[in-house]
Write a protein that binds this ligand. Structure first.
Ligand SMILES: [Zn+2]
Length: 502
């Protein structure tokens, strides 16, 4: 065999039991060889075939396929359309599945990125909301702090030390320069308390301490006295009634009583100092709402003093807070024993101004008055309590023009309270209710059943007060009774008029 035989391949095929020899070039493509085999076996050129050896094993169709002999030809088996279709179907299925897997994989990736984005957005929102929550909490605590601060400023002197030292310097209020006319008038209950500015009232109070010999006898530093009075002024609130002018009125009435009843002849200077100082301090930091309101509204003061004279206890506490400031301590040069007496005596008198104790205090005094003993400490204390009580509610002792404006002030303060009680759903006392009370009705009962009996009891010990104090009270009672009759007549007239109109 020459070069031709080395470049060609010889394969024997079984064609329907007959052996067919096929020769092809070693350089033929597998596709050419397949076409050649199809032609050799009488099949069309494009038929898909497989090649089997004598054992039935498949033989690959390509130029390097194994040789065979004439006695063992390969068998050409055409692959049927059905089989092909099945395989195509399988192939298609596989393709579809692969495509689905791919698309799922893609979708999962898409979902993943979407979920990641959404998570990031949510995280950001949570963070923002969290910041908002923190801000809100911060605001809440700020509001709470502000509320507490306001409440403590409104209702409690004790936490607010700013007022303990006077705002103004003493030099800004001049040394008392009272005319002889003012000095003479100051000793009488007829003194017109509406004519004076705060500074003038301060000068009057200062004068009283000098005039009674208290500055000299207790070695009070005159500058400390001025500073103390300024501080007192600053610790009265601007209520319609319970304000610094009321403090001045009560103290001025006490000063008048001391002269009228010659109390300096009967009392020690310590007692005089107690009477004057208790009068000055007796309503310090009054909030303008009475004990009934404090107790019903369960205010800080009512809680602090267990509903026992909350206001009067507070006035005392503020008074002695002021004395605890060295700048304002007019008792700095008083010996400890006397200070103890002054401290206790002042507290007793301020606490006695609680009208809830009126009956008890007056009854106790009534039991002593007929056999009164100025050397008996208990008797003297009882008298001092009645004296400060008389001064505290003494407006109707004053001339009508001076007394009457105070009724309007008191009613204004009462109405402020009753309006607040109504708004807060608390009980309202009829004498404070703007729907029920008039000036005459407010005054008649008070003068008849509180003022006159108390002043008449005091009159037993000091008959000189009848003309100067008790008589004006009776006149005032009569005047208000006349006013009430006019009011009643007017109401009746309106009533008849209304009936006629109907
Ligand atoms: Zn008072």
């Amino acid at each position: 065999m020459g070069s031709a035989s080395s470049a060609s391949r010889v394969i024997f095929l079984d064609v329907d039991g007959r052996t067919q020899k096929v020769v092809f070039s070693r350089f033929c493509s597998p596709c050419d060889i397949k076409e050649l085999f199809c032609t050799a076996t009488g099949l069309s050129r494009n038929t898909t075939i497989s090649l089997l050896d004598s054992t039935g094993a498949m033989v690959s169709i390509d130029p390097t396929m194994p040789n065979n002999s004439e006695s063992s030809p390969y068998k050409v088996v055409p692959i049927t359309g059905g089989q092909l279709a099945d395989k195509e179907e399988v192939f298609q299925n596989v393709l579809t599945q692969v495509a689905e897997q791919f698309s799922r994989a893609f979708k999962i990736n898409e979902l993943k990125s979407e979920v990641t984005n959404r998570l990031a957005m949510l995280e950001k929102r949570v963070e923002l909301e969290g910041m908002k929550v923190v801000e809100i909490e911060k605001c809440r605590s700020d509001i709470k702090k502000l509320r507490e601060e306001m409440a403590s400023r409104n209702s409690s002197f004790l936490e607010d030390n700013k007022k303990l030292t006077p705002h103004r310097d003493v030099s800004s209020y001049p040394k008392y320069m009272l005319s002889q006319q003012t000095i003479d008038a100051l000793r009488k209950p007829t003194f017109d308390v509406w004519l004076w500015e705060s500074n003038e009232m301060l000068s009057c109070l200062e004068y009283m301490y000098h005039d009674l010999g208290l500055v000299k006898d207790f070695n009070i530093n005159p500058i400390t006295l001025k500073r103390w009075l300024l501080c007192i002024h600053d610790n009265y609130r601007s209520n319609p009634f319970h304000n610094f002018r009321h403090c001045f009125c009560v103290t001025q009435m006490m000063y008048s009583m001391i002269y009228l009843c010659n109390l300096q002849e009967k009392f020690t200077q310590v007692d005089i100092l107690i009477l004057m100082t208790a009068a000055v301090c007796h309503d310090l930091d009054h909030p303008g709402y009475n004990n009934t309101y404090q107790i019903n509204a369960r205010t800080e003061l009512a809680v602090r003093y267990n509903d026992i004279s909350p206001l009067e206890n507070h006035h005392c506490a503020v008074a002695f807070q002021i004395f605890s400031q060295p700048d304002c301590n007019i008792f700095a040069n008083v010996d400890p024993e006397a200070f103890k007496q002054i401290h206790q005596g002042t507290i007793t008198l301020i606490l006695a101004t609680d009208m809830a104790r009126h009956g008890e205090i007056l009854d106790s005094f009534k039991q002593k008055v007929d056999s009164f003993d100025f050397t008996n400490e208990e008797h003297v204390t009882s008298l001092k309590m009645v004296l400060i009580k008389c001064c505290d509610i003494s407006n109707e002792v004053r001339p009508m023009e001076v007394a009457e404006p105070w009724v309007d002030c008191l009613l204004e303060e009462y109405f402020m309270q009753s309006d607040r009680e109504k708004a807060e759903g608390l009980p309202v006392a009829p004498f404070m209710d703007r729907e029920k009370v008039t000036k005459p009705t407010a005054q008649i009962g008070f003068i008849k059943f509180v003022l006159i009996p108390m002043f008449e009891t005091l009159m037993k010990l000091f008959p000189q007060i009848e003309e100067v104090m008790v008589q004006p009270l009776r006149e005032s009672r009569d005047r208000y009774e006349e006013l009430k009759q006019i009011d009643d007549a007017m109401n009746e007239f309106h009533f008849i008029g209304a009936e006629k109109e109907e």
